[in-house]
Design a protein around this ligand. Structure first.
Ligand SMILES: [Zn+2]
Length: 269
């Protein structure tokens, strides 16, 4: 599932390919993806240009020159492809924007959990939806205030988009592995020092993943992600990784390296 680093990578890709060109066509191949708009309304983008973009959490906002914003959410399997002039359109492409140069920007989404809509105001959207601060924009003191005051397992809080936006299941596990914290530790039991360690781990993991363009083959072998899953072994101590359901999601962790010395909360399912 695309998380903050993937969506940031899509943002950079879109900015390097699709800005400042006249949109000559908007083709909706599968209307499921449209939220609160019709294909005809989306076609208002025809004749406009994408001017810039903004990412917040897992949402990507692309400004069209008439002060309309296209909002993209990539759901489970969404991604962007800038198709060449004669390149065949894959079957899983749901919406296609054509440009004057005959290239096309494709919103590809095999599992169909993605979302596309037009909005007028990004801040208003985020406020109405109750989306929390972006994980890479949040300051240490804000982070401490949010995580420290909430009850529940630390991983559940990292995943809660209304508290901190952008972190999903995979990177949450990586962040906790780096911070050497058990995912089920009660957030309220974390010390000031723990919170600082967790904050630094969060920033490091997200920034490093972006720097590697989220190519999982290039992730450091010292990370959890290349080993995460059945028969996976901890890259630090070599012991078998364990899994547990926390906040309804499967967590992978090393029971030896990730301390649970703090009071542990019962995993909620
Ligand atoms: Zn270990």
């Amino acid at each position: 599932m695309p998380e903050l680093p993937e969506v940031e990578t899509f943002k950079r890709y879109l900015e390097s390919t699709s800005l400042h060109q006249r949109i000559t066509g908007v083709q909706v191949r599968d209307a499921y993806v449209l939220k609160r708009i019709s294909a005809r309304e989306l076609a208002r983008l025809k004749g406009r240009r994408f001017e810039n973009s903004h990412r917040h959490g897992k949402h990507l906002f692309v400004r069209a020159d008439n002060e309309l914003w296209l909002r993209l959410h990539f759901g489970m399997t969404g991604w962007l492809q800038y198709l060449k002039r004669d390149e065949e359109t894959p079957k899983t492409v749901r919406v296609l924007f054509s440009f004057a140069n005959n290239r096309r920007l494709a919103f590809d989404d095999q599992r169909k959990f993605g979302e596309i809509e037009l909005i007028k105001d990004v801040d208003e959207f985020l406020q109405t939806r109750g989306v929390g601060s972006d994980a890479l924009e949040i300051s240490l003191s804000q982070f401490k205030a949010i995580v420290g005051k909430h009850r529940g397992a630390v991983k559940t809080i990292l995943l809660n988009q209304q508290l901190i936006a952008g972190i999903g299941n995979l990177y949450a596990d990586e962040i906790l592995f780096r911070a050497r914290m058990h995912p089920a530790i009660a957030a309220a039991s974390l010390s000031d020092k723990d919170l600082r360690r967790l904050f630094r781990a969060m920033r490091y993991v997200l920034e490093k993943a972006i720097a590697l363009k989220t190519d999982f083959n290039r992730l450091p072998k010292s990370w959890l992600l290349p080993h995460r899953g059945k028969r996976g072994r901890c890259p630090r101590c070599g012991r078998a990784l364990k899994s547990a359901t926390i906040g309804g999601r499967t967590s992978w962790f090393c029971a030896h390296c990730q301390e649970r010395a703090h009071s542990k909360v019962t995993p909620a399912t």
